[in-house]
Every structure is written in C-alpha cells, then in structure tokens.
Design a protein around this ligand. Structure first.
Ligand code: FAD
Length: 289
C-alpha cells in the first residue's frame, strides 16, 4: 500500500526504522527480530540506505522480505549521492519488481572516510532532483517521502533558506515528510506552523531517536541537532552506568512520543536502531502496548 493512502485513512501512523547490518553480518540476525517488531503492530517499517549506496542490495532485499515474507508494509530509503541515473533506475526497477511502493528519497551523505567527496560526480545534486526523477520514472508509481530538518540541515546557512529548499522538495512531488531526530517537542510543533505558512501541507511525521547510550552526543553533533540541557545532565548523570542511561532514554522517548501524539502529530517514526527490547519498552511507556 502507498503510505499516502495510509496517512489519509489513519489518524496516527506508527512506523519503525531499521538499518541493514554490515556486509559481514548475516541478514538472519536482523530477521530473527522481525517477528518481534511485527508483534508491536507498526503500520510500516522503513529500511535505510547505507552512506554512498553501500547497502544498496541489502536495503532492497530487507524491504522486500518485510513486505513479501512478513506482510509488513515497507519503505526503502534511497540516496542519490554519487549515483548515476542508471544506478538509480536499477534500484527503482528492483523495488518495483519486489512490489515496494514507498521510497524515502534523499540526497545522502558521502562515505564518512571521504570528507572531500565530489558531489558533482552524481547525476543528482540535491534530493529535489531525485524526487522529480522518481516522480516521472517509468519504473513505478511510487509514494515519495523526504527528510525534514526542524533545526535546519547541518549544511544550511539560514533556516528560512533551508525551509524554502524543503518546499522545493515537496513541490517536486513529495507525499510525506519525516523529520530528523529532535528532543524538544516545541521544535516540532513550531515547525508545523512555519511549514504551513509556506504552503507545505503534506503529513510531517516526527522522527524520534531514543537515547541508548552516550554516543548520542556524537550523533547530534554531526547532524546539527541540539540536546536540551536537562538531557545533557541526564546523560552525564548516567555516564558510568549504561543500563540506567538506556532506561532513562527509554522513559524520555516514550514520554516524547506520547506528547507528540497527544498534540496531534500524524504519527511517529521511531528510529529503532534494530533494538527490539528497547523499542518494546518505549512503546509501553508511550501507552502504545
Ligand atoms: P537535501 O534535501 O538535498 O538537502 C541537503 C542540503 O542542501 C540542505 O542544507 C539543503 O538546504 C541544501 N539544498 C537543497 N537544495 C538546494 C539547492 N537547490 N541549492 C542549494 N542548496 C540546496 N542518509 C543515508 O545515507 N541513508 C539513509 O537511509 C538516510 N535516511 C534518513 C532518513 C531521515 C528521516 C533523515 C532525516 C535523514 C536520513 N539520512 C540518510 C541523512 C540524509 O541523507 C542527510 O541528512 C543528507 O545530508 C541530506 O539529505 P536530504 O535528502 O535531506 O538532502
């Protein structure tokens, strides 16, 4: 099913994000946990695309098995960085063959070990170009999602310009937006108002990243997301006690989700980091179990 239809028909949509394991790790390790994720009744699961296309085959394979073996609606992420038109079309064709109707279209980041990566080598410079291409592609009539950044994308110089770029993406053919992680729900609700002011009317789904360990500081620093002072204190308080930090992170994420849903968000996209136990606990705190 196209997710655009799901969002039209359901008041609040629950989705999970998982990522393909490294090439040397068997996929079965991930698939062992899928029945457990399915038991949590997500409306769909999205599968990330490794930086620079490193997990290309695995993303399609995982999305296909979610949908065709486990009966879970799936969305495949697709990044265009460093890809030719032919490579993008091959992925779209594979998705079509596997009956995957939903794509999260992204520019992507270059591989982490290539800071001087030349973006001009790819056929598409920004996500809006990829979105326009998918919209008119002969490979299939996809539902297209894109990324939104509540605090602005880390590369952007001005917030208002970043929001205009977001509008370009939506105008290119986006059906829904999924946000980058954030920890202060006021950012999300404020962003909804600003997006509406510039004519962005599609569902904007908040992406929630639980704090599983102190590595969140590096992750947020890289992606330009702020951590509220009370969370910094929490991370510092439990820095020598990883299990207590994980539990506090679960409590925070569960409450954050509850507040987002109570505030009228069209759903929640939970970055599970492939962690079934923690995901289950978060949904319990959020009152979704
Ligand atoms: P864009 O929308 O193209 O924006 C990138 C930057 O360029 C922004 O600063 C924007 O303001 C600017 N810009 C856009 N258009 C123009 C223009 N015409 N002229 C000048 N500047 C412009 N990465 C992965 O590798 N794999 C994944 O699976 C993945 N999944 C993600 C899922 C979500 C929900 C999110 C929020 C991010 C995900 N990412 C993923 C990370 C993403 O690839 C990076 O944040 C990347 O740096 C930007 O991708 P984008 O599609 O948002 O880029």
């Amino acid at each position: 099913m196209r997710l655009s239809r799901l969002f039209r028909n359901k008041k609040q949509v629950l989705s999970f994000e998982i990522f393909p394991p490294k090439p040397e790790v068997p996929l079965e390790n991930l698939f062992d946990s899928i029945p457990g994720f399915k038991a949590l009744s997500p409306d769909y699961i999205s599968v990330t695309y490794g930086a620079g296309g490193s997990s290309r085959g695995r993303t399609v394979e995982i999305a296909s098995r979610l949908k065709n073996t486990y009966g879970i609606e799936a969305m495949a992420h697709l990044t265009c960085v460093g890809h030719s038109v032919e490579q993008i079309d091959q992925v779209l064709e594979s998705l079509k063959q596997e009956n995957i109707k939903n794509v999260l279209a992204l520019r992507g980041d270059p591989p982490i070990d290539q800071p001087d990566f030349d973006f001009s080598k790819g056929a598409f410079r920004y996500a809006n170009e990829l979105i326009a291409h998918i919209r008119k592609a002969k490979e299939g009539d996809f539902c297209i999602a894109a990324a939104a950044y509540l605090e602005g994308h880390v590369d952007s110089k001005r917030l208002d310009e970043d929001r205009r770029r977001l509008k370009d993406k939506v105008d290119a053919g986006v059906d829904l937006l999924v946000t980058q992680l954030f920890f202060d729900n006021r950012l999300y609700f404020d962003f909804l108002d600003r997006a509406a002011q510039i004519g962005i009317n599609c569902p904007i789904v908040p992406g929630v990243m639980p704090i599983f360990n102190a590595r969140i500081k590096t992750m947020t620093a890289r992606s330009g997301c702020s951590i509220p002072a009370k969370l910094v204190l929490m991370i510092d308080k439990y820095q020598d006690n990883p299990e207590d930090l994980r539990k506090a992170g679960i409590e925070y994420a569960g409450k954050q989700i509850r507040e987002l849903l109570d505030g009228g968000a069209p759903g929640v996209h939970l970055y599970t980091m492939n962690r079934l136990k923690s995901t289950t606990e978060i949904l319990e705190v959020a009152g979704l179990r």
